[in-house]
Design a protein around this ligand. Structure first.
Ligand SMILES: Nc1ncnc2c1ncn2[C@@H]1O[C@H](COP(=O)(O)OP(=O)(O)O)[C@@H](O)[C@H]1O
Ligand SMILES: [Mg+2]
Length: 342
């Protein structure tokens, strides 16, 4: 079922990408520093929502900056549309960036701010006007467009940040923690915006430390922990629990109930005449289904088991620590960090 991507479908490729932040002194000796990213390999395909997920400090922002060509890798290679994003002007025009907690001039209105950035990008004046008006409308900010940005809520600032990223109608949008600090309504709105960008055929690359919110949003994910890749791939495949089904039955007679329970030790919900159980995907599930059918009970649902992303993440971390406990040292402490690099 999974399609094998052709080369043309790959819009971003990272190959053995690593980044260690070093001060000038550390650079001179090629030692020390903070290892933010270790040997990242990934492909992002045109039109997908790709999520980079991991706790704070796992290297997400670093990866974004590397992929956009804003900082130098220590080693490895980045290609965006087959070119180097650091040097290609064409690539820069085709990508947009919504940073984490952007700083905006608070005395400008939403309209003025976007027009200001449009001018900075060298867009012609009338194009700036049409594009800004169109974006404000699309992001439902028209009524607030004449008020200073300083009066905006966090959700509105995020919308302005997104409008900024979309000014040049980019093909790829990079979003760094797009929902951080948003309330549930703001979060749902932001998800909707991501979905509509995908519907327009854009590629969305987002990073987040919220594991749960991503589950309904992205096509493929990479899980990072302290710069290392824990998991990479199709979200559904990652979440699927092979060989297990979730079964929901109702209108059970006491006898049928006993027979069903005898065949499945793992009960999720028990409400007398209805049950929710985990059954192995195979002969046993057929036996349970026959019991249900023969007793006249209702088979309400039979679905593959799905883990949460949080469970996948915790399992991967536990597995990594069991395999390589020496990697679990608290890196970064007491080291000189170069904050002036980017
Ligand atoms: N400019 C910098 N100089 C030195 N260390 C940095 C710099 N930026 C990030 N780091 C360190 O690199 C690691 C990864 O950071 P970051 O990419 O910001 O993670 P995330 O976005 O997942 O929270 C952290 O240990 C962080 O402290
Ligand atoms: Mg970050």
């Amino acid at each position: 079922m999974a399609e094998v991507p052709t080369e043309g479908d790959v819009v971003i490729r990272a190959t053995e990408l690593s980044k260690t932040y070093r001060t000038g002194f550390q650079q001179l000796f090629g030692k020390g520093g903070v290892e933010a990213l270790n040997n990242l390999n990934l492909d992002v395909r045109r039109g997908e929502v790709f999520a980079l997920i991991g706790p704070n400090g796992s290297g997400k922002t670093t990866t974004l900056k590397l992929l956009m060509g804003l900082i130098f890798p220590t080693s490895g290679k980045v290609e965006v549309f087959g070119a180097n994003p650091r040097t290609s002007v064409d690539v820069k025009k085709r990508i947009g960036f919504m940073p984490d907690g952007p700083y905006f001039y608070s005395h400008l209105t939403g309209y003025e701010l976007l027009a200001f950035y449009g001018n900075l990008l060298g867009m012609p004046k009338d194009e700036v006007e049409t594009r800004v008006t169109e974006l404000l409308q699309k992001l439902e900010m028209t009524t607030r467009a004449k008020q200073p940005v300083g009066t905006y809520s966090k959700g509105m600032l995020q919308r302005i940040g997104l409008a900024h990223a979309l000014l040049q109608n980019p093909e790829i949008i990079f979003m760094d923690e797009p929902t951080s600090g948003l309330d549930p309504v703001g979060t749902a709105d932001m998800h909707q915006m991501v979905r509509s960008m995908k519907a327009e055929g854009k590629t969305v690359f987002l990073c987040s430390h919220f594991l749960t919110e991503i589950e309904d949003l992205c096509d493929r994910v990479i899980l990072l922990d302290r710069g290392r890749t824990l998991q990479y791939g199709d979200l559904e495949t990652l979440l699927a629990e092979r060989g297990k089904m979730r079964l929901r039955v109702s209108a059970l007679t006491p006898a049928a109930r006993e027979q069903v329970l005898a065949r499945s030790p793992h009960v999720l919900e028990d409400a007398d005449t209805s049950l929710q159980l985990v059954v192995p995907d195979g002969a046993e599930s057929y036996e349970i289904i026959s019991v249900v059918r023969d007793s006249g009970a209702h088979l309400d649902a039979l679905t593959p088991m799905r883990r949460t992303l949080e469970e996948v993440f915790m399992e991967s971390i536990a597995r990594q620590q069991a395999d390589a406990p020496w990697q679990d040292t608290d890196r970064g402490l007491g080291q000189i960090v170069d904050r002036g690099e980017n």
